[in-house]
Write a protein that binds this ligand. Structure first.
Ligand code: BTN
Length: 272
């Protein structure tokens, strides 16, 4: 339904009008489309500061300074991928911010499985994976006052029609795209619509504080639990068994000593 023949790609630009017509909830009712930006998260954060409505989305065709987690950059060439950021204003304490990433990952994964038929899984906390390769990522940034979230920006990067040669050497081994996995080109507009509707659904569940429903769904979609993992936090590297995520979305690791450790953030590698 929503894939394209190779020769159609050039004529397919992202259409914010088409996105708007397919939006079912609050998320994506207001869309700001930009051809080229430094980072959609930066633009969305500026709009949030000016009081833009909850659910507003900034979509860009390319980013010159796309940001990833842990200070990394996000490769964002024009014409091929999805880069977008959503403004959220959840009634939440800042300690629960990881749940926004968890919710976004669940909404994206279910939507992308539906659109592509790929067996996409979530690697804690924010990676969308196809087998061992990364297809997309989520970067949640928050403005906090008195330990409560004033606004959150959830930024989503999805590699859609990108070829391997668009990637720098160091990420070629670990990244993939929907096209690389399926051999087909996909409409970015369709991908955006489905993902925004998917996130809208799970954001409502998060706002209703149905955390156990969200976490149970996450468990069904993750490739992390039950695996031996290595986690790097600054200079420290830990290995252990990824046992579960707690009510705040933190990963609980069983260390070789038998002790358990709650991991708030870090770079996670799945071991064999
Ligand atoms: C990661 O996996 O490290 C997170 C990547 C998040 C990338 C997206 S692209 C849209 C939004 N704008 C950014 O600068 N980053 C996020």
């Amino acid at each position: 339904m929503n894939y394209l023949r190779n020769n159609q790609l050039k004529s397919v630009a992202i259409s914010s009008e088409d996105i708007r017509t397919g939006i079912k909830g609050v998320i994506g009712k207001e869309i700001f489309f930009c051809k080229a930006v430094d980072s959609t998260n930066t633009i969305a954060s500026g709009l949030a500061d000016k009081g833009v409505v909850e659910g507003a989305v900034v979509v860009a065709d390319s980013q010159s300074r796309g940001r990833g987690r842990l200070g990394r950059s996000w490769v964002s060439p024009p014409g091929v991928n999805v880069y977008m950021s959503i403004v959220l204003r959840p009634e939440m304490e800042s300690k629960d911010a990881t749940l926004i990433t968890i919710m976004t990952a669940v909404g994206c994964t279910i939507a992308l499985r539906g659109v592509t038929g790929l067996d996409i899984t979530i690697k804690w906390p924010n990676d969308l994976m196809v087998y061992e390769k990364k297809l997309g990522g989520i970067l949640t940034e928050t403005r906090v006052a008195n330990k409560r979230i004033e606004h959150a920006i959830t930024g989503i990067g999805i590699n859609v029609n990108m070829d391997l040669d668009a990637l720098p050497d160091d990420v070629r081994e670990v990244a993939t795209s929907i096209k690389m996995e399926t051999g087909r080109l996909f409409s970015r507009t369709e991908v955006i619509k489905e993902v925004l509707n998917g996130i809208d659904n799970w954001y409502n569940i998060l706002k209703e504080k149905k955390h156990s429903e969200l976490l149970s769904q996450w468990k069904l979609l993750t490739s992390t639990l039950g695996r031996k993992v290595e986690i790097t936090l600054g200079n420290e590297t830990l290995t252990g068994l990824a046992e579960f995520i707690n009510d705040e979305g933190m990963l609980v690791l069983r260390l070789p000593s038998g002790a358990s450790k709650v991991i708030r953030c870090g770079d996670l590698k799945l071991l064999r």
